[in-house]
Design a protein around this ligand. Structure first.
Ligand code: NIG
Ligand code: FE
Length: 421
């Protein structure tokens, strides 16, 4: 057994702490208060942050133990909490560049899906893949997330559409959580599309979800969240409500893919059922946004998906101004957002949604933690939180968004261990 050495990250040009929001996500002006310490340092031991302050303060505090620690010099660099991606479809097989090409020639995402491609195409590939194949493909994706500074990702099932494959995806997610340093938060998304066999009797599939699959997932402890694609032509708001309420009765917290392609009162529904987050929201109504603000439902915005589907992004600026807690995510999936680059999503958050560089940092750290009910453990650099830290090779947080399409990740510390250098 290797005893873990203390880690001393020293003298960051900017140390973004985001201290003081473990109990609730940040809203409005709070999203711009990053709690920056200049010449900042962190002492991590036993995987947990022990002290955060200026380098002078920490060097004095740990004077007698300096030689024990592994020192990481962050001079001239930006240090943030490990980035958090609160919405991914991490576990899938194959890719869909053929559909990308079709869309470039005028087909729409929904047309392709209704013709048996889209989510159905990835479902066939995922059904055909073995557990090992799915594990290796997803493990490599997690490596790429980590190299982009991400230390926790939410991961949804939903490319099964029948029990065996949904189970396989969730078991792969569980194994990834055990074998890979990146932490995985699992979500059951059996309600991702209506399988072809149920096209003429969608309520029969909803019955299968609520009477069989959701109770089994909960009993096996394979997911923390339950998600549904509430969209015209997929699951109606009534069906979505039933699916989310059933999950809640079985202890699964609610998430919802809402108002992505057409307005469908998904944001309103999220507030009514007390969802932890509502995601996408390109077509959300103002009434829905206000309801989310009132209930503290986190908006997980996915500007990479809007970019890739050539659609107008959600109105992040308006949501922040209305008091909705906003988080950002890649939506990593093979159809609508084949990327692991959360830093690129941050750039889109600024340029396509009118958010400021400070707000997008909050949206990918503490607010992203709250979007997956982890605000007490991760998302900020403060004593008692997990030792998850990303060091970027830029001098300040604005430059991270400004200098886009480049991976600035320099060093990643996960659970107090250097895992990328
Ligand atoms: O979040 N909108 C629905 N589901 C995914 C896309 C899944 C796919 O196309 O494979 C999303 O965009
Ligand atoms: Fe999604």
């Amino acid at each position: 057994l290797e005893l873990s050495r203390a880690i001393f990250i020293r003298n960051a040009n900017q140390l973004v702490t985001l201290q003081g929001s473990s109990h609730a996500p940040r809203v409005m002006g709070e999203m711009s208060e990053l709690g920056i310490i200049e010449n900042g340092s962190i002492w991590i031991e036993d995987g947990v942050i022990q002290a955060v302050g200026t380098d002078e303060e920490l060097a004095a505090k740990y004077e007698a133990r300096l030689s024990e620690a592994e020192v990481v010099d962050a001079s001239g660099k930006l240090v943030t909490p490990g980035l958090i991606d609160p919405h991914t479809h991490l576990v899938f097989a194959g890719s869909r560049e053929n559909e990308f090409n079709m869309r470039l020639q005028g087909s729409t995402y929904m047309e392709i899906m209704n013709a048996g491609g889209g989510i159905h195409a990835t479902t066939r590939r995922t059904q055909a893949a073995t557990h090992e194949e799915l594990f290796h493909e997803s493990f490599e994706r997690l490596n790429q997330f980590l190299r982009h500074g991400v230390t926790t990702v939410e991961a949804k099932s939903g490319y099964g559409m029948e029990w065996e494959t949904e189970l396989k995806q969730l078991e792969v997610a569980k194994q990834l959580n055990e074998k890979h340093v990146v932490d995985i938060v699992p979500t059951f998304m059996g309600a991702h599309a209506i399988p072809k066999e149920y096209k003429d009797q969608p309520d029969e599939f909803v019955r299968l979800l609520i009477e069989e699959m959701i109770p089994k997932v909960a009993e096996l402890g394979l997911a923390e969240f339950n998600d549904v694609f509430c969209e015209h032509g997929v699951f109606t708001p009534e069906q979505s409500r039933k699916i989310l309420e059933t999950g809640k009765r079985h202890g699964l917290l609610a998430k919802i893919h809402a108002d992505e392609i057409e307005p469908y009162e998904g944001a309103e529904l999220a507030a009514e059922v007390g969802a932890v987050s509502a995601d996408h929201l390109l077509k959300a109504s103002e009434k829905g946004m206000k309801a989310m603000a009132e209930k503290g439902v986190v908006a997980v915005l996915l500007p990479g998906t809007a970019y890739f589907l050539m659609a107008e992004s959600a109105n992040g600026r308006k949501m922040v101004d209305l008091g909705v807690p906003v988080a950002l995510s890649t939506d990593c999936n093979p159809g609508s957002s084949p990327t692991v680059s959360l830093p690129f999503i941050m750039n889109l958050g600024c340029l396509k949604m009118g958010m400021t560089p400070a707000e997008v940092i909050t949206a990918t750290t503490i607010n992203a933690a709250h979007a997956i009910s982890r605000g007490g453990e991760i998302g900020s650099l403060e004593v008692g939180k997990k030792g998850d830290v990303t060091i970027f090779n830029v001098e300040n947080y604005m430059k991270l968004q400004y200098s886009y399409g480049v991976n600035h990740t320099d060093t990643v510390v996960k659970n107090g261990q250097v895992v990328v250098r």
